[in-house]
Design a protein around this ligand. Structure first.
Ligand SMILES: O=C(O)CCC(=O)C(=O)O
Ligand SMILES: [Fe+2]
Length: 335
């Protein structure tokens, strides 16, 4: 398929080409909003011209590599020197989790080509009620998005966790804030926050998103042992997961309003489970671009008490919270 040189030059494209182009723009909208030109993204991520039989990782063409190396260098220097504009672009562009391996550009340019079998027949999320470990065994390690209705509804966290509970926890445990900066990670999406301490210092009117206040949505990993000990008094890993599954030692919390996470995939080593503690959230999933021809987007809404299982390494995902509600989730990885 021919690659156009500019955003505007699309006359003569077939419908299929236009759809692919629009999808590409949608996937990368947050980067485009940050001023990254569509051609730079396309050089890094566009892989329609490759066939599956190429195998191996994606675009390691010389000019892509040059742009990639330059972007990574700029990212590192800007973070070290704290150059605000570039830092902002880089932070907005980071998919999720660790900066370097997880830098959106790096991950996009080096991730392996997906085997589209993983999404070929998936038209919707697979919903289970009262799932048992025995029944789950057959699905446990598939890339099929799954929704376990009400599986967390009896967790004490459902009655206890909120912004103030988490704030008090972080304020009273020595070294808790520092642990997020030094060993864990915070994802601040479209907000101006830089640290968890700033998130927990916003005025009450913004916590409640009163009229005139700016929406906010953040996520962070919890890796301080005392913080984890307290959190785990209120929930445990879902009981339907296989007994011999490996679990991540850090748990994530995502909290906030309106647009949740922007469209991204994750650089992680395992599958993800996420329990919806508060609020209703809609997940939008897109197959990787190389599977556009055979796979479809999937969307579903979760309620408090539901647990989502998702291969966030393969499915692009974004989230949106119902208007006027605060969403709060806990999540972790298993594999
Ligand atoms: O909960 C969200 O809004 C996004 C979570 C996410 O991106 C993840 O767990 O990988
Ligand atoms: Fe994610």
């Amino acid at each position: 398929m021919a690659v156009n040189n500019s955003d505007e030059d699309h006359e003569g494209d077939s419908d299929a080409e236009r759809i692919v182009y629009e999808k590409f723009v949608a996937l990368n909208q947050n980067l485009i909003d940050c001023g990254i030109h569509i051609d730079e993204l396309r050089n890094l991520t566009y892989r329609k011209t490759r066939t599956k039989s190429d195998g191996g990782s994606a675009l390691l063409r010389p000019h892509s590599l040059f742009i990639l190396v330059t972007l990574v260098a700029v990212a590192c220097v800007s973070i070290v020197l704290k150059i605000p504009f570039v830092e902002y672009i880089v932070q907005s562009a980071i998919g999720i989790r660790c900066i370097l391996p997880n830098n959106y550009f790096v991950w996009e340019a080096t991730r392996p080509i997906t085997d589209c079998e993983m999404c070929k027949d998936v038209k919707e999320v697979l919903v289970f009620h009262n799932i048992t470990r025995e029944k789950f065994k057959n699905y446990a390690y598939s890339s099929r998005p799954m929704l376990m209705k009400g599986a967390a509804s009896k967790w004490p966290a459902m009655r206890t966790f909120d912004y103030h509970f988490l704030r008090d926890l972080y304020q009273r445990i020595d070294g808790a804030y520092e642990s997020v900066e030094d060993e864990c990670q915070i994802l601040t999406f479209k907000t101006e926050f830089k640290t968890l301490e700033e998130v927990f210092s916003m005025p009450e009117s913004r916590v409640k998103l009163e009229v005139g206040e700016k929406p906010w949505y953040v996520g962070w990993s919890n890796c301080h042992p005392e913080v984890l000990d307290v959190l785990h008094q209120y929930y445990d890993k879902p009981d339907f997961l296989p007994e011999d599954a490996e679990h991540s030692r850090t748990d994530y919390i995502f909290i906030g309003y309106q647009q949740g996470a922007v469209m991204h995939i994750d650089y992680v080593s395992r599958l993800m489970w996420q329990a919806q503690i508060k609020g209703h959230k809609t997940w939008k999933l897109l197959p990787p671009p190389e599977c556009d021809d055979v796979c479809s987007p999937v969307s579903f809404r979760v309620e408090p008490g539901d647990i989502v299982l998702l291969d966030t390494r393969q499915w692009y995902h974004d989230t949106h919270i119902d208007d006027g509600e605060m969403s709060l989730t806990v999540s972790s990885e298993y594999g």
